[in-house]
Design a binder for this molecule. Structure first.
Ligand SMILES: Nc1nc2c(ncn2[C@@H]2O[C@H](COP(=O)(O)OP(=O)(O)O)[C@@H](O)[C@H]2O)c(=O)[nH]1
Ligand SMILES: [Mg+2]
Length: 288
């Protein structure tokens, strides 16, 4: 079974034998229902119509394969891999509460460790004690270093400690967990700017990314979150979680198109193995 087989498919292709106007209408409707958004859907279906004409496509199966190619192209909007080029590299995970930041860090840390990398977690979600506890469990499971402080501590100070430890220990990858408080954008911006300045000062020129974690089941709301975080923090990639069992996978394409930011990882479950680098072609094939 493929990694993306847990995604619910857009099943309209089996219901048609010819490429009629009804076919295109229904395709549009199902892409919108799958949360691809109106603009992105219209762009995708227009492109399909053009290709069907240009490539003299006659069958529904050919059109399906063509649609998969179009969607895969729409997902390819930037560097899909993680920048791990310096030692350490620094990755900041942001996103609202409950989207899967801590879980993703745990899974990713485990994978990096499996590749022989020395990983360190920074528990900079100091908002609730439970957040550091949760990250500690992942760290213990994977035999991964963790730096944390008491509840309510300054997140930037946790990051400072973590970077000092990383330099001293020859760490390859620092993974920073943050609190997901979006209700006050100014607050969030201040906090992330402060963390950013610490990284600049302590590790000038390091490979560094800010990944926004989004819950695929929140649909178009995820797009709104992404726009807000993009303005507040500037993001280099998206982690799309909870794709298991959702019929809302189209949000990946809407985000790529509207923000120009690539999806870099996908989560399809709560287990340690349920995270993979995002493969646009495989994802598009799974979706339709
Ligand atoms: N089904 C599913 N659940 C997930 C996935 N990623 C995270 N979760 C669950 O979502 C909940 C919130 O995750 P957590 O990492 O605490 O979110 P955070 O608040 O952003 O740190 C937990 O119950 C996770 O097990 C995923 O890809 N699929
Ligand atoms: Mg968390």
């Amino acid at each position: 079974m493929g990694f993306f087989d847990k995604i619910k498919k857009i099943g309209i292709f089996s219901g048609f034998s010819q490429l009629t106007d009804d076919f295109y209408d229904e395709l549009e409707e199902s892409l919108i229902v799958a949360d691809m958004g109106m603009d992105t859907t219209l762009r995708a279906v227009d492109t399909l119509r053009e290709r069907v004409r240009a490539e003299k496509i006659k069958t529904v199966e050919e059109a399906r394969a063509c649609m998969a190619r179009v969607l895969a192209e729409m997902l390819q909007v930037g560097e899909s891999g993680l920048d791990l080029s310096t030692k350490p590299s620094v990755l900041l995970f942001i996103g609202v509460n409950g989207v899967g930041k801590t879980t993703t860090i745990g899974k990713l840390g485990h994978q990096l460790k499996g590749e022989g990398k020395k990983v360190l977690f920074a528990a900079a979600d100091t908002f609730r004690a439970a957040a550091a506890d949760q990250l500690t469990i992942w760290a213990e499971r994977g035999g991964i270093d963790i730096v944390k402080q008491h509840e309510g501590a300054d997140p930037a100070s946790v990051v400072y400690d973590a970077l000092s430890a990383a330099k001293a220990r020859g760490t390859d990858a620092v993974r920073i967990d943050t609190a997901g408080r979006l209700h006050n954008k100014q607050n969030l911006m201040n906090e992330l700017n402060k963390i950013s300045r610490i990284v600049d000062r302590e590790l000038p020129g390091c490979a560094r990314e800010t990944l926004l974690v989004l819950d695929a089941t929140t649909g178009q709301n995820g797009l709104i979150q992404a726009k807000q975080f993009q303005e507040a923090a500037g993001i280099t990639g998206i982690v799309l979680t909870k794709l298991d069992g959702t019929a809302k996978g189209g949000i990946a394409i809407a985000i790529a198109q509207e923000l120009g930011v690539p999806v870099k990882y996908a989560g399809v479950g709560e287990g340690i193995e349920d995270l993979q680098p995002f493969d646009p072609q495989a994802f598009a094939e799974a979706l339709i």
